[in-house]
Structure formats: C-alpha cells, structure tokens
Write a protein that binds this ligand. Structure first.
Ligand code: FES
Ligand code: FES
Length: 161
C-alpha cells in the first residue's frame, strides 16, 4: 500500500492504495463513487470516462497513484445539490438516455469538449464522443443533447457578462 492524495471534484481524499490500482477501481470500490461505470476495463468503451486536468480520459487505464496533484472530475461533481448540470438536463431533454450505462462517460466527454470549445460543430461533437460507445441510442439524440447543452451554456455565460 502507498499513501496518496487524490483531488476529486475539488475535494482532497487521503488514500492508501496498491501500486497497480486503476483510478476506476479507486473511484468505485474505495470511494463508492459508482457513477463512473466499468464497461470493458480495456480502454474500448468510454463508460469509465472522467476528466483529468481538463481532458477526458478512460479511468480504467489510469494508474491512480500517478494522479497525485491532478484535478480529477467525475459525474458526481456536476450537479449542484438537487440542481443538475445543464449537460445532464440536456441529455434528459433530448431523450439521449436509454439504459443510461454509457451516459456518465458520454457526459464527461461532453463536459471536456464544451469547457474547451463552447460552440462546437457537429463534426467536433462526433469526434469528442468517438471514444464513447452506446448500445442503445444510435447517437443521434446524444449529438442533439450536446448541441442543446452548448446552447444553454452559452446563453448562461452571456447572462453573466
Ligand atoms: S471501462 Fe474503461 S474504456 Fe471501457
Ligand atoms: S443509453 Fe444504453 S448504452 Fe447508451
């Protein structure tokens, strides 16, 4: 076991972890942050996607102890109390959630995209989601959800100017 501090959703967690534990294992099995899903465990599906220092990454392939000092964001960090994040609301509004298993990973890829690029083209949206697999929706409604979230977030940003 090694002592490591991880910063997740703005909170520091002092942890004792094994050298080879992945971030996904630590999130789900140590911290109980089960919003991040395990679809494949082999870097193929994107269900485990989180944001590390602004970039969406598959947490099943990140060694947790190497992430000390990084800003890690998970799906649990998006809502403010009972108020869902605009991206979460947009996925619901657009009907982009069916079984929901891929949704946290999709939403984290969406957040990384919109944080960096508030007005993406459809091609940029599809590229940003190209590491996320969905077995249910056919992707059309997911792309619609990202466009809707981008619109709402731009409108919100304008109100604050
Ligand atoms: S569980 Fe990580 S990519 Fe599938
Ligand atoms: S909604 Fe079921 S896998 Fe995407």
């Amino acid at each position: 076991m090694e002592s490591v501090e991880l910063k997740i959703n703005g909170r520091i967690y002092p942890l004792q972890i094994e050298k080879n534990w992945t971030l996904l294992f630590v999130l789900r099995e140590v911290l109980g942050l089960t919003g991040t899903k395990c679809g494949c465990g082999t870097n193929d599906c994107g269900a485990c996607r989180v944001i590390v220092d602004g970039t969406a990454k598959n947490s099943c392939c990140l060694i947790a102890r190497k992430l000390e000092g990084c800003e890690i964001e998970t799906i649990e960090g998006l809502a403010r109390g009972n108020e869902l994040h605009p991206i979460q609301k947009a996925y619901i509004e657009a009907g982009a959630v069916q079984c929901g298993f891929c949704t946290p990973g999709m939403i984290m890829s969406t957040k990384a995209l919109l944080d960096a690029n508030p007005d993406p083209t459809e091609a940029e949206i599809r590229e940003a989601l190209s590491h996320n697999l969905c077995r249910c929706t056919g992707y059309v409604k997911i792309v619609e959800a990202v466009k809707l979230a981008a619109k709402w977030m731009r409108e919100e940003a304008l109100k604050q100017v």
